[in-house]
Design a protein around this ligand. Structure first.
Ligand code: GDP
Ligand code: MG
Length: 436
């Protein structure tokens, strides 16, 4: 989508003012881009019409270049279309009951875990996860695995096939044991059918949740809209969770769903891991769709993990070419804490495209850490010292091979170069913002 928009907006570059003709040309491209991203035809058409009105109306009053003005108008409209301000989640009751709904495979169980983890670590809540997908024994087990991973209790009842009873019992259990949030994971089927709808509606009316969330796989495109509508007609849900927004996902579902059911998108899922969850910010999503890079998310997430002082020291070292293996080790630890490196790089304007195909494997860090730990302090600060016999010693000490040591030395070299590069571009901006 963003490539197409880049092109569309390019049409405007070099023109002194927005005229009827170049607006029409640009908007044709914008509309095509939206359709390609699975935005409903009528929504795309209304959208471009609104942008056109605004663009022609504002023309004379602004000092921005026409292309910038168009980007701004398109972005503002997109933001508006996806819901304006970020919508929170209602946690006022104790316990607050949150019901997950959605098709099988949409990501309900994964998201239940992510949300529990988020509420526990960021909001100091004591959640209880409830397994109401009773048809597949593996589903209950999956939730238990998730619960164990994040240290959250999971309520399930072996042999009980009635999700309404399980959910009701779970809430009683939560009250007795001081859980202030109850997250009810339910069964979905591959397509909307009456049986599934009746079941979720029955659970819904029995437990009267504070939040009913509709979980949808953002890769399902136009189908997502129909599914959302079916669930909303039945449950009148409170918000949408857009999963699988990592990878090559098109943002179109976000735009269409919001317009069709008129419910806020509350969170997004950006990976399979338990920390791959983000609050949905329409404006950032608009930025992302428009290819500006999600700088705000990047900075926020980095800020949570990075110590400002560390960042400043590191910046100095990189500038003076004193970046060594100790710093590398620290970087690895930071990156591991921050989550998926690819995600992060994708948020840097301009870097997204270039780095898209670079794969960085989390497990690869294990060997790396062992190797660095086997180096002497001198070797860490001056890697050029590491000759053949030292390589052998390091390999032996870390239980790796000389090839692996060589590979790391090469990677380190690349990393040092990349850090320098980032300093010149998006990275510097990030550092500056962090230093504030
Ligand atoms: P459920 O049937 O609705 O409970 O769906 P699951 O939670 O079991 O998820 C189905 C599959 O999608 C699993 O393989 C998950 O690991 C995967 N998944 C869930 N959320 C995400 C996400 O945000 N990103 C990616 N890449 N995969 C996800
Ligand atoms: Mg499930």
């Amino acid at each position: 989508l963003s490539d197409k928009l880049d092109k569309a907006l390019h049409v405007l570059k070099g023109h002194g003012s927005i005229t009827e003709v170049n607006v029409a040309e640009t908007l044709k491209e914008v509309r095509r881009a939206l359709l390609d991203a699975d935005v409903n035809f009528k929504i795309a058409k209304d959208f471009t019409n609104r942008v056109k009105e605004k663009a022609l109306g504002q023309n004379v009053l602004t000092s921005l270049k026409p292309s910038q003005l168009m980007v701004k108008i398109v972005k503002d409209e997109l933001t508006e279309l996806m819901g304006g301000d970020a919508a929170g989640i209602n946690l006022s009751a104790s316990p607050s009951v949150i019901l997950m709904s959605g098709l099988q495979g949409s990501g309900k169980t994964t998201f239940s875990g992510k949300l529990a983890n988020y509420l526990k670590s960021k909001k100091s809540k004591k959640p209880l996860l409830v397994a109401c997908d009773v048809y597949r024994p593996a589903a209950i087990n999956q939730l238990h695995v998730v619960g164990e991973q994040i240290g959250v209790e999971v309520y399930s009842e072996e042999g009980n096939m009635d999700p309404v009873v399980i959910a009701t019992n779970a809430i009683a259990h939560a009250k007795q044991n001081g859980h202030n949030v109850v997250i009810v994971d339910t069964a979905g089927r591959l397509a909307v059918d009456e049986e599934m709808m009746t079941e979720i509606a029955n659970i819904h009316s029995a437990i009267q949740p504070q939040e009913t969330l509709f979980v949808v796989d953002s890769m399902t495109g136009q189908d997502a809209v129909n599914t959302a509508k079916a669930f909303n007609d039945r449950l009148n849900f409170d918000g949408v969770i857009l999963t699988k927004l990592d990878g090559d996902t098109r943002g179109g579902a976000a735009i269409s769903i919001k317009s069709v059911v008129n419910k806020p998108i509350k969170f997004i899922g950006t990976g399979e891991k338990m920390d791959a969850i983000d609050v949905f910010y329409p404006e950032r999503m608009a930025d992302r769709i428009l290819g500006m890079g999600d700088v705000v998310s990047l900075v926020e997430r980095a800020q949570e993990q990075f110590d400002e002082e560390e960042a400043r020291k590191l910046q100095k070292k990189i500038a003076k070419n004193q970046f060594g293996f100790d710093d590398f080790l620290k970087q690895i630890q930071q990156v591991k804490k921050m989550g998926n490196m690819k995600d992060l790089i994708g948020m840097i304007p301009g870097a997204g495209k270039a780095m898209k195909d670079v794969d960085i494997d989390d497990d690869a860090f294990k060997h790396v850490e062992a190797i660095i730990h086997s180096m002497t302090p001198e070797e860490r600060t001056s890697p050029t010292l590491i000759n053949g016999s030292r390589k052998k010693r390091i390999a032996k000490g870390s239980g790796t091979s000389v090839q692996q040591v060589n590979q790391l030395l090469k990677q380190f070299d690349q990393m040092a170069k990349m850090m320098k590069m980032m300093q010149g571009g998006g990275g510097r901006k990030m550092m500056q913002m962090m230093n504030k």
